[in-house]
Design a protein around this ligand. Structure first.
Ligand SMILES: Nc1ncnc2c1ncn2[C@@H]1O[C@H](COP(=O)(O)OS(=O)(=O)O)[C@@H](OP(=O)(O)O)[C@H]1O
Ligand SMILES: [Mg+2]
Ligand SMILES: [Mg+2]
Ligand SMILES: [Mg+2]
Length: 333
């Protein structure tokens, strides 16, 4: 049996079920189901349900493993949280099998298993139950992102992208893909609808002027102005692909585009490990390279955030040094 085979299988099942709950919530979504958290990012019933589902699957299979999850149950507790709690309860159980159903208390506990502080020792999971919540709300791209970190290094990443076309050249075709990578074992994609996996890799590219780059839809998450200066520096003439969520990592890893740019918009924002862990191993296993804007590897060993890093860039290994040089030239000016 290959290394992390059980973790891989459990993570796939957990992400698939969580992705289904997100699809189901979207179908039932009404505007007032959305909460706004203090950091001004929206959080929905689906974020909570997806975290409850993934954490429940992980607890069953790996009861000793701690989890760093984005959400906590604070807004679901007490009289104030009653309506939301009931919605999360019924939607979560709507996806789980009869023998898996959870009480309200079990859901709150499952969500709060995501409170681990992270760190350099041993193994833990990093979970973003919905990455790109804003994309989810606008019917755009979002991703359920789960990664296993061992002694500070990401070893396994699984992402579910319910709205991403399985084949980028057929944008109106079937949607819903899983992306899976284990360190040293390659990167793969499969549709939600069947288990057959296909190996994926970056597009062949030798000259940056033929590249396409991906960036956030939200200018507040990655500087669009700096990205356009970097594109000019690299001779890129194609328009950028603006896409919500870690689906950007999936897109470049399978060759739909070539470069991922996440350029700091403020000196104070610190990236979260769950926003980059699964993408990190997917990029490497698909033949790419990833670093922060200073050329440093992302350090997943320092807790819940990437406090030693600033921004993220990723691309095919062949053009990576040129991309990094252009990023540094623009950001130094
Ligand atoms: N200021 C700032 N800078 C950088 N990143 C930020 C910032 N604020 C929020 N976030 C995080 O961005 C996550 C969404 O990722 P993207 O920016 O790629 O998607 S999007 O275009 O914004 O939807 C989003 O993840 P989710 O909350 O899981 O959606 C946030 O963790
Ligand atoms: Mg969020
Ligand atoms: Mg996120
Ligand atoms: Mg999220």
């Amino acid at each position: 049996m290959s290394l992390y085979a059980k973790e891989r299988a459990v993570a796939i099942q957990a992400v698939l079920q969580a992705s289904k709950v997100c699809q189901s919530v979207f179908q039932h979504l009404v505007a007032n189901e959305t909460l706004t958290k203090n950091d001004k990012s929206p959080v929905t019933v689906a974020d909570f349900s997806a975290q409850a589902i993934v954490n429940t699957y992980l607890e069953k299979a790996f009861p000793q493993d701690p989890i760093v999850g984005e959400e906590d149950s604070k807004d679901l507790r007490g009289a104030e949280g009653k309506i939301l709690r009931e919605k999360v309860h019924s939607l979560t159980n709507g996806i789980l099998q009869d023998n898996e159903k959870l009480s309200e208390d079990q859901i709150l506990q499952a969500i709060d298993r995501g409170n681990y502080a992270g760190g350099a020792q041993g193994r833990h999971w990093a979970l973003d139950p919905i990455d790109g919540t804003k994309g989810f709300l606008r019917g755009g791209q979002y991703a359920v992102c789960l990664a296993l970190i061992v002694d500070g290094v990401v070893q396994l990443g699984v992402m579910g992208t319910p709205n991403l076309p399985i084949n980028a050249s057929q944008p109106d075709g079937e949607r819903g893909s899983l992306f899976v990578a284990v360190r040293g074992q390659g990167a793969f994609q499969r549709p939600f609808s069947q288990e057959q996996e296909t190996k994926i890799q970056f597009a062949d590219i030798n000259d940056t002027k033929n590249a396409t780059f991906c960036e956030s839809v939200e200018a507040g998450h990655s500087s669009h102005d700096d990205a356009s200066l970097i594109a000019k520096e690299l001779g890129i003439t194609r328009p950028s692909i603006r896409m919500d969520s870690q689906a950007k990592y999936c897109s470049i890893a399978r060759g739909d585009a070539d470069i991922y740019l996440r350029l700091p918009t403020s000196k104070t924002y610190v990236e979260k490990i769950w926003d980059h862990a699964s993408g990190n191993v997917l990029i490497t296993e698909a033949g790419g390279k990833v670093s922060d804007v200073n050329g440093q590897s992302l350090d997943f060993s320092v807790g819940r955030t990437l406090s030693k890093n600033s921004g993220v860039i990723a691309s095919n290994a062949t053009i990576f040094d040129s991309v990094l040089a252009a990023v540094q030239k623009v950001l130094k000016n």
